[in-house]
Design a protein around this ligand. Structure first.
Ligand code: NJP
Length: 240
């Protein structure tokens, strides 16, 4: 079985669709119940409401999961683009609770099930923001740097056990990510992708599918992927 968090939209939804095609049984989680239920019905999967930042919700979600081969920690995102000296603590708290503590809580809760599968695989969807910084990105880059550090630490701590850890680090992907980051400001969100052919959620799902279908002795540690027009957070060559 594969468990996907944040499967109600964007990259998580695309991963769910792709892993279903690869033949995985799926357990899908997110807060928007109608969306995950519809998707689960379409894919013949199971859906449960999940707020990764809420310990009780994580416990309830993972209840009864005896065996899981794959856990995709995808739930996450950015809120705002505050300068560090103007950081809004509520926005930063949201980013830390979902991207970092949510990932840790899910990983901890499913560890016995991953181990029982005999070939567990944790896939953390982090970001190029986990290895780069930019002005106004302090909140988001710090949480994804934390995901980067945790992924590497996990790999050390799990060495010798049958569990792989893959960190997928995408650059710009066209989803609701920017719209959510800028609290529904469509113009601002559109500006992020202006003049660029961004990655699609399916591009990321493709890479996740590749990683989880390698033979069990092969661990793809880190996969960095970007649109060709985005050489770094700083260097995006836009069509005029
Ligand atoms: O974003 P979006 P993406 N508990 O906003 C869920 C990373 N990334 O698909 O709960 C459980 O369309 C939310 O579901 P819901 C990014 O940091 C992206 O682009 O129903 N789930 C929805 O399904 C993130 O880690 C880009 O609202 C929660 C999903 O998360 C991952 O890719 C670039 C939740 C967000 O879907 C997927 O983001 C990059 C909670 N508490 C990394 N809170 C990019 N798009 O450019 C949210 O480098 N969700």
């Amino acid at each position: 079985m594969a468990v996907v968090t944040g499967a109600s939209a964007g990259i998580g939804e695309a991963i769910a669709r792709r892993l279903a095609k690869e033949g995985f049984r799926l357990l899908l989680g997110a807060r928007r119940e109608d969306r995950i239920r519809n998707l689960a019905e379409e894919l013949g999967a199971e859906a449960r409401v999940l707020d990764v930042s809420d310990r009780a919700s994580v416990t309830a979600f993972c209840q009864g999961v005896e065996e899981a081969q794959v856990l995709v920690n995808n739930a996450g995102g950015a809120r705002g683009a505050d300068l560090v000296v103007e950081a809004d603590p509520e926005r930063w708290r949201w980013m830390w609770e979902v991207n970092v503590l949510g990932l840790v809580q899910m990983t901890r809760a499913l560890m016995p099930a991953l181990e029982r599968s005999g070939r567990g695989h944790i896939v953390n969807i982090s970001s190029t923001a986990g290895i780069e910084v930019y002005e106004g990105g302090g909140g988001y880059t710090s949480v994804k740097h934390a995901v980067h550090a945790i992924s590497q630490t996990l790999r050390l701590e799990l060495a010798g056990r049958p569990i792989r850890v893959t960190e997928v680090m995408p650059g710009m992907v066209k989803t609701d990510f920017a719209l959510n980051r800028y609290q529904g400001d469509q113009e601002k969100a559109d500006g992020v992708y202006k003049g660029v052919t961004p990655l699609t959620a399916e591009d990321v799902a493709d890479v996740v599918a590749f990683a989880v279908t390698r033979p069990p002795h092969v661990d793809l540690d880190q996969i960095v992927m970007r649109p060709v027009q985005q050489a770094s957070a700083y260097k995006v060559v836009r069509r005029s």
